[in-house]
Design a protein around this ligand. Sequence first.
Ligand code: GTP
Ligand code: MG
Length: 336
Amino acid sequence: MSRDLAQRVLQGERRALARALSLVENDAPEGEALLEALFPHTGRAHLVGFTGPPGVGKSTLVARLARYFRREAPSPRTVGILAVDPTSPFTGGALLGDRIRMRDLAGDPGVFIRSMASRGAVGGLARNTAAAAQVLDAAGFDLVFIETVGAGQAEVEIARLAHTVVVVQAPGLGDEIQALKAGILEIADILVVNKADRPGAQQLARTLENWLGRRTPKGEGPDDASPASASNTPWIPPVLLVTATQGEGIPQIAQSLKEHAAHLKRTGAWQERERRRFESELRERVLLTFWRRWETRAKQLGLSQLLERILKREISPQRAAETLLRQMWSDQETKG
Ligand SMILES: Nc1nc2c(ncn2[C@@H]2O[C@H](COP(=O)(O)OP(=O)(O)OP(=O)(O)O)[C@@H](O)[C@H]2O)c(=O)[nH]1
Ligand SMILES: [Mg+2]
């Protein structure tokens, strides 16, 4: 059955796509089988993360950019959009706004928009978003845009997921410095100062450029220290002034996205980023499996007695952990 669904996803059938995304979003067992079937067909899409403080205009910008790529001559590109809401997708007023702004994209078979709810669990958001991006990738979308509100951990996870990270800022929010402190610039491949029609935009762009000038170029793996050559010249993130509501600066973002993709491919960083992404996915999956097994087994293994003994200082937490792990390992051996 999931094979059939996979087939329909590969053909870009929208109902199948919606169903597939629900399955992976809900961590359904069928979703796992589906991802398995789709995986060989992934790896073509350019994954782009958009992050920044609430209300800076990320959704407006993403919608504009998608429309730009859809109209691009001579070969328009298809766009899948994941809007990741860190709170609730059903009650958030922002989402309603997104829907309205995205409406002019509706009806275009070359665009697919999906809102995702965060799962609450640490790493759950990243895992499900990564999976959803894989589904869109397999379905043949040239570009996959992932919008997240910059709220700490989320940006870092998105940075690991995307090939290109666009950090969006806007003047007058008063939290530019917070963003800088939060290290958001460290993950930016492209910096956008949106709301360039507002006072303070030029100043903010200058501030960001100064910060970028001071930052060390983002390394891509073990060759960081090797001397610069044609193939490993560092990427200097551009700072782009944009008025998303008017569409001003949108072609420049599109151009930077293309240049960044070309840069990543030329330098081997594309592969390197994917390698890192799969490495962290692998680690998360292994941890998750361990975690689930631990949760079901801990009780049977006498966790509460062990805790009592720790409280009485009869055994240290380290030794208790060793004891539990040894028991879990021996479970494993008797099973295998
Ligand atoms: N003046 C001005 N307003 C803008 C611009 N871009 C977006 N806005 C407005 O800013 C508000 C927020 O825009 P959104 O696109 O929803 O921002 P967002 O970053 O997606 O917001 P969240 O998803 O809630 O974090 C809306 O009222 C937009 O119309 C711009 O370039 N200039
Ligand atoms: Mg938004």
